[in-house]
Design a protein around this ligand. Structure first.
Ligand SMILES: Cc1ncc(COP(=O)(O)O)c(C=O)c1O
Length: 388
């Protein structure tokens, strides 16, 4: 059952988190094939939902990968390179020049654990830089996601355990000095790299601002953002809470009901682990514990936490498909959350959140069809049909 928890600790006018260190956007621009991902305006969907506007930032093709995650992985690796070179940012124009600089650091392996998308981002970063990548995935990770990581040239190990256990195995495998653990979650004693991952996601929000400003369109009034370990949501909160009060939207975090670690933490007043099994179809959001860096940011800056059932994600995937957008299960969670928020059940909460009658809503479609078989099943296509 979906649940909405308004955050009593939110301190909207205050900036939360930390100021960006360096310029991730300038870095991403120099990577091969960089272009901002599309920001779709969907007036028909807005009319159908009876809201002032629907903006969907579409991350189904980010550097040719089907999710936003490579933004964080690549910036984190780059910052490690700078550290390894003594703290000075090297001079380079394109990836060939950066690869030559990195050659001095070899042999070097990038190691990570993932439920799919982050691992593919790490694998792509390693491929760009001519490094080895070792990626650990939990048992049950669908074949297409494993194949996607292997297609980047990485070695994949399947671990018979949960996502959290897989992270432990990756940490063990990265214990020697010729390996860097590039994780998108953080814990006490491991925060430097995940801090950069969060910073790397800022590019996505800067692109949205730039596009709206260039078109003289107002900023969104309401943002729905997915929460797995909370790093993406932390980037959203840091971005929007750094703005003047009048330009700050309401921000609602969305996660699956059986992996609602942010909502449970908000209720408890401290970061708590939600024990599994985490079996939501929203695979990227199946995390039982928030990143240590994310919790204080979300706790201070998120207006509400919302857990949703898989059915809302499925409905949202179909709605997006009707609009011509391909969105996977985790990618559709923001729209799934909006469907709940607009339901009669949430009328009281809408009022308490001071969401006006026609909000302009921003949703981040964080992935494409990363599990094509499931995608087709949910959309009602026959997965075996050669015609689709
Ligand atoms: C498609 C997708 N959306 C959202 C998220 C959530 O990001 P985070 O784990 O930083 O909360 C993930 C995480 O893997 C993901 O793969």
């Amino acid at each position: 059952m979906s649940e909405l928890h308004l955050n009593p600790r939110v301190d909207s006018p205050a900036a939360v988190g930390w100021p960006l260190d360096g310029d991730p956007r300038a870095f991403h621009r120099r990577l091969p094939g960089y272009r901002p991902t599309p920001l779709h305006r969907l007036p028909d969907l807005a009319a159908q939902l009876n809201v002032g506007g629907v903006l969907i930032k579409d991350e189904s093709d980010r550097f040719g990968l089907p999710a936003f995650k490579v933004l964080g992985a690549s910036w984190a690796v780059y910052r490690e390179i700078i550290n390894a070179l003594g703290g000075e940012e090297p001079a380079w124009q394109d990836i060939d020049e950066l690869r030559e600089i990195v050659a001095d650091l070899k042999p070097l392996r990038l190691v990570t654990a993932t439920d799919g998308n982050h691992g593919r981002g790490v694998a792509r970063t390693a491929a760009w830089l001519g490094l080895e990548a070792i990626v650990f995935v939990p048992a049950g990770t669908v074949a297409a996601r494993i194949a996607g990581i292997e297609a980047e040239g990485a070695t994949v190990h399947v671990i018979d355990g949960s996502y959290d256990e897989t992270v432990c195995r990756a940490a063990e495998a990265a214990a020697d000095e010729r390996a860097w653990l590039i994780q998108d979650t953080s814990w006490s004693g491991y925060e430097e790299i995940p801090r950069r991952v969060i910073e790397g996601y800022s590019t996505l929000f800067r692109e949205i601002d730039e596009e709206l400003e260039a078109a003289s369109e107002p900023p969104p009034d309401l943002v729905l953002v997915q929460i797995g370990v909370g790093s993406l949501a932390a980037a959203a909160v840091m971005h929007y809470r750094a703005k003047a009060k009048a330009k700050q939207p309401r921000i609602v975090g969305v996660e699956p009901t059986d992996a609602a670690c942010a909502l449970e933490s908000a209720k408890a007043g401290s970061s708590v682990t939600v024990t599994g099994p985490h079996e939501s179809i929203m695979a990227g959001l199946n995390c039982g514990t928030l990143a240590s860096l994310a919790w204080p940011v979300l706790s201070a800056g998120m207006d509400a936490f919302l857990s949703i059932d898989d059915d809302l994600s499925r409905q949202a995937m179909r709605l997006m498909a009707d609009c011509g957008l391909v969105t996977g299960e985790s990618g559709a969670a923001g729209l799934g959350g909006l469907l709940y928020l607009l339901s009669p059940e949430a009328a009281d909460a809408r009022q308490r959140l001071r969401i006006g009658p026609d909000p302009r809503v921003l949703i981040i479609s964080t992935e494409g069809a990363t599990d094509p078989v499931s995608y087709r099943r949910i959309l009602g296509f026959d997965p075996a049909s050669p015609c689709r």
